[in-house]
Write a protein that binds this ligand. Sequence first.
Ligand code: ADP
Ligand code: MG
Length: 482
Amino acid sequence: MDLTNLEAVIGLEVHIQLNTEAKAFAPESAKYTNIPNQHISPVSLALPGTLPVMNKMQIEKAIRLGLALDCEINQRNYFDRKNYFYADLPKGYQITQDSDPVCLGGKFTLENGKTIRLHHIHMEEDAGKSVHDISPDYSMLDYNRAGVPLLEMVTEPDFRNGDEVEEFINTLRRLVRYLDVSDGVMQEGSMRCDVNLSLREKGSDVLNTRCEIKNINSASNAKKAVEQEFKRQLKLLKKGEEIKQSTLDFNLKTQKLTVIRVKENAHDYRYFPEPDLPPIIISDDWIESVKSNMGRLPQSYFHQLTTEYDLSEYDATILIEYKDIADLTLSLIQESNIDPKSIANFIVNKYLPDVKTGTDDLLEYPLSQEGILEFLTLIESKKITVSSAYQNLLPHLLEQPHKTAKQVMEEMDLAQDFDLTALKSIILDILDQNPDELKKYQNGKKNLFGFFMGEIMKATKGKSNPKEAKKELMEILNTRNG
Ligand code: ADP
Ligand code: MG
C-alpha cells in the first residue's frame, strides 16, 4: 500500500431510541428516568410464563423513518432472537431483526451532493444497564432501559472523513425529531453510534480490515474518533504491522481511543426467528397512511425560507433546527407585513438564545406570538428605534409579558418622537454650539462626523432614528460646506 495516498472508508451503525409511550414488547413506560428500576414489569424482567406483545408504534415509526430516507419497506418482516449471556439481559437473548429487517436500502444526500447509501434499518429492543461504580462489592442493575424500542440504521461504508460523519449524524438527529420518531437527545443516549473504519489507497475499491469504535454519543465526538482512528491505523501500517479487526472505546472525558478487544473469531449469536411473535405484515394502506401523515421535512422549510422569503442560507439553517421554531418563524412572517429579515434576526439573535437550554429541550419564551408581533411592529412602523427597542424596551417587556409592547414603551417614554423638522432644528443648534468642531470638519477632519452624531443622540435621548439623523446631518453639513 502507498502510505502517502490513503483514504478512510467509514460505515456507521446508528442506534435510535424511539419516543414511544410503552416499551417494545411490554406495557410499561419507555421514558427515561434516573430513578433505577421504576419502569419495569414481569415481561422486561423475563419472569417465567411472560410473553412479548408487539408495539404498533415501533413499527410505524420505523416505516416513517424508512420512507423519509427512501428505503424500501419490507412488507413481510419478522423478529429474531440474538442469544448471548449478560447480566443486563434477563431473557438471555435480545429480540432484534437479523435476516429480514423492516427497511431495506435507502439513501441520504450530504450538502456537497454526495450520496450515502443505507444498508438497512431494523427494529430491536435495548438492554438494561449495569452500574459498577456505586458499590465496591457489587455491580448494580437498572432495568428501566431493558426493552425500550430502538431502530438500528446501518450505512454502507460510503463516508470518507469525519466531517461527512458529523454532518450525517447532525442531520439525522434533526430528521428524527421532525418525524417525531425520537427526541434525539444524544447526551441521554437517545442516539448512539458505532463507527467502522478501515484504510485503503485512494481510488481503490477494496475493503480492508476494519476496526469498530463503540457507543459514541455525539456528532462531534464521532468526528474526533474518526480522525484519531485514522492516525492510529496509519501509525500501525507505518510500523509495518497489520491491522487486526478490533473494537475500541472512545473515552468521553479524555477524548482518547483505547482498544478494548481484538476479535479472534466472530461471535455466534445463534440467531433464529422469535417464536413468540408473528411475522409483521405491512399493508400498502398502512404505508400510504404513514406517508400522508409524515408532516413537513426540514428541507421543505429551508427551501421556502430561502426562496420565497429570501433569507440567507445561514439564517435558514439555524431556523430549521427545530420544527417548532421553523413553524413559529413562518407564521410570524405570514401573519404580518414585517420584513422577514427582521423576524429572522429577532428569532436567531434574541428568541433562540433565550429558549435554548444546554440539552435539546426548548424553554418557554415569555412573549406569545402576538406579543412578539406587537414588539416587531413598533420597530417596523418606526415608533421606536431599533437600538432602543432591543436595548431598552425588550428587557423590560420580557419582565412584564402581561403588558403590551406599546404600553411598556410609553411607560418608559421610549417612543421615537422627533419629527423631521424637530430633528433639523436640533442639528442646527448643535452645529451652532460647536463652531470649532464644525470648522475643523469643513477643513477636512471628517471623523468629527461621529462627534456630531453623538451629540444628536444625546440631545434626542436616543429617540431619533440613527439612519434618519445621519442623512439629515450629512445634508446640512453639505449645504454648509458649499
Ligand atoms: P457486521 O455484520 O459484522 O456488524 P456489517 O457488514 O453489518 O458487519 O457492517 C457493519 C458496518 O461496518 C457497516 O456500517 C458497514 O458499512 C461497515 N463496514 C463493513 N466493512 C467495512 C470496511 N472494510 N471498512 C469500513 N467500514 C466497513
Ligand atoms: Mg453489525
